[in-house]
Structures are given as structure tokens and as C-alpha cells.
Design a protein around this ligand. Structure first.
Ligand code: PGA
Ligand code: ZN
Length: 425
């Protein structure tokens, strides 16, 4: 037993930096025959129900907790026993929201263990996570025009305007489509927005001074043009991140830049209007994170229009919240961000629950990212039909290029995932 190559011999942590230049925790796991490393990403528009990212004292304290608590508890365990490793992380933390060691610390440790296990076994991470029956590659959902918290309140009030190349036949085609749409939007903005400097926000999306509807006109034109040139369907989407617009005291959504206030009914009508006018394929967090019923109203109409309604802040990768959303019909897609729950086992359970309820799991980056490629393996291994990882920026492209390598490894058995029939028209 003691001779197994995947026995954990040492766990170390250090402070590094993410794509925003903010401090992040990195964990290294050494096994008898392998090695794994993972760095935690960090969100800017975090849901209220997320795990607490770092303990009081920040990343320095997280590093200390790994050395004092996590390392001694994981040493001697088998890295291939992810469930045991993750339950030990919960035990060591001892709180329901990882506020002791930090959800980001738990994520980095959990993922580093998985990477070390795969490395010890001499197999790819996606195969270790998903087993031998994994053949499907996800469609890349990419951020093209940024707003909200990612452009410091100077861009459109809506956080993200996205592209999804649903007609692409392979990963290369899909990525090419997203890069072309991003480039085309940049060109069109030079004409449409006199104040446009070519600047980009936290996720590599263009930072325009146009309001939501004018910006969407530009994106939708670019999607149509590139779609015509490449000969397959490419459609726009949105991440409204509506919790960042919601003002409790006003009981309304406040579009500060555009000077518009919308109550709940106005907001629902506004989103439905955008879906129809711009043929949207995907809308994330159209309402604030506690309005499960409002989501249901929207989801019912959206499915008739071939549009996915996705919950991010609504679900925070949390099983209880996903179960509630499934019961109420609040969404037909679920954002999966492992650091929202902390461990890979919790993430896997969230993905399986979502899928069992007919909801599409969408493996997602955060606005503050590492250059780790692991998200691509997570998307493939956990069979998520969509991966949300931006379009530009080295830390985003690191995941996208990894998809190409995974496709290469899969060779002829690899194929694009099946998207729900409703959005393939
Ligand atoms: P984040 O949000 O800034 O919390 O990573 C990105 C998103 O809302 O999808
Ligand atoms: Zn979101």
C-alpha cells in the first residue's frame, strides 16, 4: 500500500498573483511519483452564497493554514482518493462556508491533488476526472464586450456580452469563430463609439462607452457577419450579473450609467425584449440572486425562444440552491465555478445534480484568473457542454489552447458536445 505512486508526501503553499495583479494562493502537492500545482481564481461580482474565498488575514493567512493544517492532514493519503481528500479539507476547515481555511485555499488544494494524482498515474487530468468514457468537447462561450464591475462602471451597465458558436463542428472552428467575432467587434466599435480607445476590461472583453442596446447591436452584427463568412450559426449572449444592479432600498435594478431604473416587471420585460430582438442564445443572471420565481417566469418564455437561462450568483455551484432552482424551473443552465464551493467533489456533485435535472452545466472561469489550464480538463472530464473562459487574455487563452490539446489527444473519438435541441434551430 505504502508503495503506491499516488501517496501524498508533501503539500506546500505560496502567495502568487492573478490576472488582475491581486494576491492568490497557490498549492503544490508532491506524491511518491508525481506532482501537481493549482492556483485559485477570484471573482469580482461574487454571489452572497459563495464559500468565503480567504480567511481573515487574506492570502498570507491561507498559506499559513495550508502549512499548519492542510499539509499534515493530507500527507499520507492517496491522491487518487479525491472524495477522502475533499472530506478531510472540510473536516480541517470545520465551517459550512470554508471561512476558516478559505474556499480558494480548499479549491487550490483539491485541484492540486487531482493534478498530482493524474500525473502520478501518467494520464491526462480530464481522463482522471472523467474516466475512459469521456469524448465530448465543450463549446467555448466567450466575453466580447465588458461592462459592470469589470470595467469600473464606465462601460455598459450589463456585465458581459458573449458569443457562442453553436454551429461549429470542432474546437478549432469554434475558437476561430470567437476570435473573429471579438476582432470584428473591435473594428465596428472604432466607428460606433467615438470615445473607444481599444481598451479591454478584466476578462479581455472590449470596454466601450456605448450603452447596453447599442453595444448589443454591434455584437449582433459581428455575429451575423462572421457566421455568414464561416457558414455556421454563431449567436450572442449576456451575463447581466443583475445582483450588481439591484438596489434593495429602491426595490429596483439601477442602470447607473444609462440613468434607467427598472422594477422587477420592467427588468423581466427588458430582458425578454433583448432576447427577441438580438436572437440571444444565453442569458446569465438576468435577475438578482434571490428571485428564483422571477427566473422561472423568464425561463419559461426563454425556452420558447431557444435561449438558455443560466444561474451563476443564483446557484453559486451549491447543491441546495440548484435543487431549489430545478424544482421551480428557474433555469436550464448552471454556472460551475469550483472555487464557489471549494472542492472538486462538491463541484462534481453540483454538476451531476444539474445534469440529472436537465440543466446544462457551464464550466466557468472567474474575472481574476490564473494561467492554469485546468478548467479545460474540468469541463471535458465533468462533461460540461459549454466552457465559459473569455476570448482574449493569456490567462483565458491558456484554457482555450488546452481544449485544442485535449481534442488532439482524443483524436477521432473526440466530438463536440450535444447542446440542448431547443437552442439548435
Ligand atoms: P466574477 O464574475 O467577477 O465573480 O468572476 C464573472 C461572472 O459573473 O461570470
Ligand atoms: Zn456571472
Amino acid at each position: 500500500m505504502g508503495l503506491r505512486p499516488s501517496i501524498i508526501e508533501d503539500v506546500r503553499a505560496q502567495k502568487v498573483f492573478d490576472s488582475r495583479g491581486s494576491e492568490a494562493v497557490e498549492v503544490e502537492v508532491f506524491t511518491r511519483a508525481g506532482y501537481g500545482r493549482a492556483t485559485a481564481p477570484m471573482g469580482a461580482s461574487r454571489g452572497r452564497g459563495e464559500a468565503v474565498p480567504y480567511p481573515k488575514g487574506g492570502v498570507d493567512e491561507a498559506v499559513k493554514k495550508v502549512e499548519d493544517l492542510v499539509a499534515p492532514s493530507l500527507s499520507g493519503l492517496d491522491a487518487t482518493d479525491q472524495r477522502l481528500v475533499d472530506s478531510v479539507l472540510h473536516e480541517v476547515d470545520g465551517t459550512p462556508d470554508f471561512s476558516n481555511i478559505g474556499g480558494n485555499t480548499a479549491y487550490a488544494a483539491s485541484m492540486a491533488v487531482a493534478v498530482a494524482a493524474a500525473n502520478s498515474l501518467g494520464i491526462s487530468l480530464f481522463k482522471h476526472l472523467g474516466g475512459p468514457m469521456v469524448y465530448e468537447l465543450p463549446y467555448p462561450l466567450g466575453n466580447v464586450i465588458g461592462g459592470g464591475k469589470h470595467t469600473k462602471g464606465r462601460g455598459p451597465d450589463i456585465q458581459e456580452m458573449l458569443v457562442l458558436p453553436i454551429g461549429a463542428e470542432d474546437v478549432l472552428e469554434a475558437l476561430q469563430a470567437n476570435f473573429l467575432v471579438h476582432r470584428r467587434v473591435g473594428k465596428l466599435l472604432l466607428k460606433a463609439d467615438p470615445a473607444f480607445t481599444g481598451g479591454r476590461g478584466d476578462e479581455g472583453a472590449w470596454a466601450t462607452t456605448l450603452g447596453t442596446e447599442r453595444a448589443l447591436e454591434v455584437l449582433s452584427r459581428a455575429c451575423e457577419e462572421v457566421s455568414g463568412e464561416l457558414g455556421f450559426e454563431i449567436r450572442p449572449g449576456l451575463d447581466v450579473a443583475a445582483s450588481t444592479l439591484w438596489r434593495e432600498e429602491k426595490n429596483a435594478y439601477v442602470y447607473e450609467r444609462e440613468g434607467v431604473i427598472r422594477n422587477r416587471e420592467d427588468q423581466i420585460k427588458f430582458i425578454l425584449g433583448l432576447m427577441e430582438r438580438f436572437n440571444l442564445v444565453y442569458v446569465e443572471d438576468p435577475l438578482m440572486e434571490e428571485d428564483f420565481e422571477g427566473f422561472s417566469e423568464l425561463a419559461e418564455e426563454a425556452s420558447k425562444m431557444g435561449c438558455l437561462i443560466c444561474g451563476d450568483d443564483l446557484f453559486v455551484t451549491n447543491r441546495d440552491r440548484i435543487a431549489r432552482g430545478a424544482e421551480l424551473g428557474s433555469a436550464n443552465a448552471v454556472i460551475i465555478k469550483p472555487n464557489q464551493v471549494g472542492t472538486l467533489s462538491d463541484t462534481l456533485e453540483a454538476v451531476e445534480l444539474a445534469r440529472s435535472k436537465g440543466m446544462v452545466p457551464v464550466a466557468s472561469h472567474r474575472s481574476g484568473e490564473s494561467t492554469d489550464p485546468h478548467l479545460a480538463h474540468l469541463a471535458v472530464g465533468l462533461k460540461c457542454p459549454i466552457i465559459k473562459s473569455g476570448v482574449l487574455g493569456g490567462e483565458r487563452v491558456a484554457k482555450l489552447n488546452e481544449l485544442i490539446r485535449i481534442a488532439e489527444e482524443l483524436g477521432e473519438v473526440g466530438r463536440m458536445a450535444r447542446l440542448p435541441g431547443a437552442i439548435r434551430r
